[in-house]
Design a protein around this ligand. Structure first.
Ligand code: HEM
Length: 209
């Protein structure tokens, strides 16, 4: 187990894992999919958007998983890379936006489209992801101070709801597919809140006795 964790901690392993969605596109199987052949730009738009969302869910699952499995060296290895995983969410989301420009063909299409609530939710999520990405380094933690940095990084929860909305309102994926992607994260968060509630109750009854 420790051997796997040591392996996972290596930077090149992390970068290979983060690049897996792109590497998959290089395979002939990906390009022979009917959806890719029908409309490559639309396929890439959806595929990269989905990759960004899945990476986001993985990044957010690390902290609750650490609470549930505090001794797991594998979870610790992922926790070690949490900030890089977060930054890669932003990079994939930016790529999704660039493909969207290529797909719609112009900037004016984007301006017209952002009246649609689902596009607006994507734009706000991307801006918030940018805030988190630029502050995901030790210098920012020092400059902002731990408390303020943590408060800023709670924006992930706002991003989570925006992304749920952005994806759930898609005709193709809809609420069911979105629920499948976000369910593990929501269950873990609920468990974490339960654990926190139980600890505060225990603490209070200890203080009274
Ligand atoms: C400027 C911001 C954004 C714009 C303009 C945008 C645009 C779009 C559009 C037009 C679609 C629908 C594609 C279709 O016709 O099927 C879409 C789907 C999607 N977007 Fe975004 N998006 C933005 C931000 C984001 C962000 C920040 C994420 C995630 C981190 C994201 C994840 C997704 C997902 C998961 C889908 C559904 C993919 C599927 O159908 O499987 N988007 N987006």
């Amino acid at each position: 187990m420790n051997g796997i964790a040591r392996f996972l901690k290596k930077k090149w392993v992390l970068y290979t894992l983060l690049l897996t969605p792109i590497l998959y596109l290089l395979l002939p199987q990906a390009r022979s999919e009917t959806e890719f052949q029908a409309d490559p730009a639309k396929y890439l738009l959806e595929y990269i958007g989905l990759s960004a969302t899945i990476l986001f869910v993985i990044a957010l699952m690390i902290t609750p998983l650490r609470k549930v499995f505090p001794k797991s060296p594998i979870i610790k290895a992922f926790a070690f890379h949490r900030r890089q995983i977060g930054v890669s969410v932003f990079i994939y989301a930016l790529l999704h936006l660039l493909i969207y420009f290529a797909y719609t063909g112009s900037w004016s299409g984007f301006v017209k489209d952002w009246e649609k609530l689902f596009i607006l939710s994507g734009i706000i999520a991307l801006i918030l992801l940018l805030v988190l990405a630029v502050t995901s380094n030790n210098r920012s933690v020092r400059a902002l101070g731990g408390k303020r940095w943590k408060r800023i990084h709670r924006l992930v929860y706002a991003i989570m709801f925006l992304l749920i909305y952005h994806q759930a309102t898609q005709e193709k994926t809809g609420y069911q597919e979105t629920a499948k992607i976000f369910a593990p994260l929501l269950i873990l968060q609920a468990y974490r809140i339960g654990l926190y509630g139980k600890r505060s109750l225990d603490q209070r009854s200890n203080d009274k006795s």
